[in-house]
Design a protein around this ligand. Structure first.
Ligand SMILES: NCc1[nH]cc(CCC(=O)O)c1CC(=O)O
Length: 322
């Protein structure tokens, strides 16, 4: 019998759920047993605000464990990965992406349009804060953090102090909690984070057999969309905490399969809101992302990103939460 493959994971409910799904899918496709190995990250041990720690702390402990050969592969929420890759490591698969849209969980079953002026809406990500302000609804946007249950408790719990929270639909779906969603937000109102809803399955690049084995989980359309969205983010030299949104959709066009990429850069107070889109073939995903970012820069995206909250090139791993 072959030894089980060691899948390193954080211990949070969300991380365990998505690692468990990937483990099951891999065993189903290849017959190889997989065991989950919990890796405790500095981010899990600390209660400091994530914008001070940076989401990089969640990722780097897993990458250290990979490099040290303590685990064979790891599953990350793709949107939490810094745009710079890790030396010696390789993203062997981008599995089928979940619905990348954001979700509203509001009291009394309300939709976004039903929230009155002054309604208190909690969210951690600058990208969401900026887009909520840009709606011009006089929402009182409150920064929150914590795991999914903690955030939901701010609206649904006995000590609820908020009227609504906005969080990724994919996270709720992986935890089996889509029942609490009162509205899945249209990307016209709330464009998702680059790579939201996608996972990255990473291993050592010199582990040739494993690179190939994990490849069975790769979903080409999901990878193309993520490549386009992340190329946009990287070209803007923005990190996963910046008020940058991107969403690539694949559809059958006149000239075969096409990718429709939308991108946005919004000032945290919502007063400046640049949105553009671009179409091309999935094979050109990275070029589409770069070109769209270049257009946004021509319109002044860099002056928005220079404002508060932009980590800047080289320091993106210390950005705040998305
Ligand atoms: N850093 C938070 C984070 N990272 C990944 C997800 C789940 C969604 C996804 O995988 O994109 C979440 C929660 C959220 O944004 O509400």
């Amino acid at each position: 019998m072959t030894a089980p493959l060691r899948l390193g994971t954080r211990g949070s409910a969300l991380a365990m759920a998505q690692s468990g799904h990937v483990a099951e899918a891999l065993t189903a496709a290849t017959g190889r047993p997989v065991e989950l190995v919990e890796v405790v990250t500095a981010g899990d041990r600390s209660t400091a605000p994530v914008h001070r720690l940076g989401v990089g702390v969640f990722v780097s402990a897993l990458r250290d464990a990979l490099t040290a050969r303590e685990i064979d592969f790891a599953v990350h929420s793709y949107k939490d990965l810094p745009t710079a890759g890790a030396p010696g490591l390789h993203i062997a698969a981008v599995p089928v992406r979940q619905d990348p849209r954001d979700a509203l969980v509001a009291r009394d079953g309300r939709t976004l349009a039903e929230l009155p002026p002054g309604a208190r809406v909690g969210t951690g990500a600058l990208r969401r804060i900026a887009q909520l302000h840009a709606l011009g609804m006089q929402l009182e946007v409150t920064p929150i953090r914590g795991n999914v249950d903690t955030r939901l408790g701010r609206v649904l719990g006995p000590d609820a102090d908020l009227d609504a929270v906005v969080l990724a639909r994919a996270g709720l779906a992986r935890l089996g909690r889509t029942d609490v969603i009162t509205e899945t937000l249209d990307p016209m109102l709330m464009l998702p984070a680059p790579a939201q809803g996608a996972l990255a399955v990473e291993c050592r690049i010199d582990d040739q057999d494993l690179v190939e084995l994990l490849g069975v989980l790769d979903h080409a359309p999901s990878r193309a969309a993520v490549v386009a969205e992340r190329a946009l983010l990287a070209t803007l030299e923005a990190g996963c905490s910046a008020p940058v949104a991107a969403y690539g959709e694949l559809a059958e066009g006149d000239a075969g399969e096409e990718i429709y990429l939308r991108g946005a850069v919004i000032s945290p107070d919502g007063t400046r809101d640049l949105r553009l889109s671009r179409t091309g073939t999935p094979a050109d995903a990275a070029e589409i992302g770069k070109a769209l970012a270049a257009e946004l820069l021509e319109l002044g995206a860099d002056s928005i990103l220079g404002q508060e909250g932009h980590a800047g090139p080289g320091t993106q791993q210390f950005g705040s939460t998305e």
